[in-house]
Design a protein around this ligand. Structure first.
Ligand code: F6R
Ligand code: ZN
Length: 186
């Protein structure tokens, strides 16, 4: 039987207490994500920093799960540190991203090619509808920490975005995050 409990979420560190799982993505695990491969190789060789960490609270016997994503600031070439991006496997599963600290951009793309962005800043909860791929981008100089919540069995389809990329990129143009076409979009 499951019992209720309070889960503390630290809005600055992203720590979840108690948590049920976590993983860390180092830059070297994100090969193919950034266009500037020379800058990518250099950053990996120079210490392979952590790009982001995900902490979760999920119980398989329950339909909802939540947790945090903690994204480090950084850039590879003119692209900011970003998550892999994915669709959910279940076609009826959306998600919420509630930003607690930092600054970012959520890049979304529907199955039929619509592109939208939602600003990620403290106090804003982004609504991610079902069938929209979502990628978080830390456009600031500090950690970007957000709480996510979705169905426990939503599932992740990473392959679609990994194979063909997203239609748009967010790049630093003169210090401003700017949405541009992805020349490599297949
Ligand atoms: C879960 C979700 C987030 C992301 C996390 C890392 O559905 O959207 O927990 O999984 O922000 O991003 P990805 O999974 O795209 O590497
Ligand atoms: Zn998701």
């Amino acid at each position: 039987m499951l019992f209720p409990e309070g889960v503390a979420i630290d809005g600055l560190s992203g720590e979840v207490t108690p948590s049920t799982g976590r993983y860390t993505k180092k830059l070297s695990e994100l090969g193919g994500l950034f266009r500037d491969t020379a800058a990518f190789d250099k950053a990996v060789a120079a210490g392979d920093p952590v790009a982001y960490e995900v902490v979760d609270y999920r119980k398989e016997e329950c339909d909802i799960a939540f947790g945090t994503t903690i994204m480090m600031p950084g850039k590879i070439g003119d692209e900011y540190f970003m998550t892999r991006g994915h669709f959910h496997e279940r076609k009826d599963c959306g998600e919420g991203y509630y930003t607690q600290s930092g600054q970012g951009l959520l890049l979304l793309e529907s199955r039929d090619g619509e592109v939208r962005t939602v600003e990620m800043k403290p106090g804003v909860c982004a609504f991610i509808p079902p069938e929209w791929a979502h990628r978080s981008i830390n456009t600031g100089d500090e950690k970007l920490v957000f709480v996510w919540f979705c169905a426990t069995d939503a599932g992740h389809d990473y392959g679609t975005i990994r194979e063909r990329g997203m239609r748009k990129l967010v790049v630093d143009k003169g210090g401003k995050p700017t949405l541009v076409d992805n020349p490599d979009f297949a």
